[in-house]
Design a protein around this ligand. Sequence first.
Ligand SMILES: [Zn+2]
Length: 112
Amino acid sequence: MHEMSVAEGIMRIAVDAMNKNDCSTIKTIGLRLGEMSGVEIEALTFAFDVIKRDTPARDARLKIDRIPITAQCNRCSKTFRVERYNFLCPECDGVLILQTGRELQVEFVDVE
Ligand SMILES: [Zn+2]
C-alpha cells in the first residue's frame, strides 16, 4: 500500500520536528493533500494509525487540508477549478496548466 510509505515519511518528519524542539510527544500533524496527490485520506489515516503505535505520536491526530485542483489557461491566463480532470479551458479551449492539487506536504507539527 502506497499510503504506508507516505505515512512513514510523515512520521519521520514529525519525529524530527519533535527532537528539534526538545519535546517528547507529537499532538497534531497538519498535512496539505492535493486532490491529485494520489493519496487516499482513508488509507493514509489507517496507515498512520498502524505505525503510530509505540511511537511518540501514539495519541497524535492528522489534520488534513484538502487542496483542490486548480489550473491556469496558457492562452487567456484565467484560473479555473478543474473538474473531472478536464484540462481544457472552458472559455477559449486553451490548455490549462496545473497550479495546485499535487501537494503532499507536512504543513505543521504540533509537539509538546
Ligand atoms: Zn483560456
